[in-house]
Design a protein around this ligand. Structure first.
Ligand code: ADP
Length: 269
């Protein structure tokens, strides 16, 4: 039987334009500088997991990519296009709302707390953005939504309301909703942290399948180190808003070099 690392595709080559590129990124909340001089890039189809202690800035990175937080310094590029600001005439100027909206349609995010629209059915949650943002016909969006509900194991829940579902079921709907947009980039923010332990495995298996069967680029924040090890091409260890170490999951999890990584993994593994 192949080991997990042998069973999935190798890391994509680092050639070509990165799908996500952070350049000198700074994020501050008031006087609190959470990220400083952060530079990294993610290649097409690459799956990168961010690990590190609570408060080290991991979720903020995902929220910046989703434009849910305002970038206070530096640049983020998606497929080579500026997401929030660009350099023009030696100055850092904001990009248009239209440009930002266009790029954001290529990005899907699944949250710790599901964030489904409570006043809509499961089906309505899934077709909302394909119809209203991508301009798909309702018929096309419904057809795709139904096949995604099959994929996440909830074919009979299309007309249910989120509040009638368990946490694990709500998270599966949230995954279907993100996939309905055919995102190039999928951001996973501690998607199993709010779930009962017995359903965590089901949700992770759905995401493993997405990783195995699509070329979607993933940026993952998780405390599930087994999952991180199985699906990631690269793991980045954060502390205090900086990358202290990065590398192949096998190396990071079995022979971390940095003392901070050793301590962190010693505490969580
Ligand atoms: P992690 O995901 O690694 O636990 P976060 O990105 O959630 O870390 O948080 C990093 C830091 O940013 C923390 O100090 C946190 O208090 C701060 N922070 C995050 N979001 C906000 C916010 N909306 N307002 C003020 N501070 C915030």
């Amino acid at each position: 039987m192949p080991t997990p690392t042998e069973s999935h595709s190798p890391a994509p080559a680092e050639a070509g334009t990165p799908v996500i590129e952070f350049t000198d990124v700074e994020k501050r909340f008031g006087d609190n500088v959470v990220l400083k001089d952060l530079n990294f890039s993610v290649a097409r189809g690459e799956r990168v997991t961010l690990i590190g202690p609570s408060g080290s800035g991991k979720t903020t990175i995902l929220r910046l990519v989703m434009t849910l937080e305002e970038l206070t310094g530096g640049y983020i590029h998606i497929d080579g296009e500026p997401l929030t600001h660009e350099q023009r005439g030696g100055k850092r100027v904001p990009v248009s709302k239209k440009q930002q909206k266009k790029l954001r349609t290529r990005i899907g995010m699944v949250f710790q707390q599901f964030n489904l629209f409570p006043n809509m059915t499961v089906l309505e949650n899934i077709i909302e953005a394909p119809v209203h943002v991508l301009g798909q016909s309702k018929q096309e969006a419904v057809q795709k939504a139904k096949s995604l509900l099959e994929q996440v194991g909830l074919p009979d829940k299309a007309d249910a309301h989120p509040t009638s579902l368990s946490g694990g079921q709500q998270q599966r709907v949230a995954i279907a909703r993100a996939l309905a947009m055919d995102p190039e980039i999928l951001l996973l923010d501690e998607v199993t942290s709010a779930l009962d332990p017995e359903v965590v495995g089901d949700v992770l298996n759905i995401l493993r399948e997405v990783a195995d069967t699509t070329n979607v680029t993933m940026l993952i924040v998780t405390h599930e180190m087994g999952f991180a090890r199985d699906v990631s091409h690269k793991v980045m260890m954060f502390d205090g808003g900086r990358v202290v170490e990065e590398g192949h999951p096998e190396t990071i999890f079995t022979a971390p070099e940095h003392e901070r990584t050793q301590k962190f993994l010693g505490a969580v593994l």
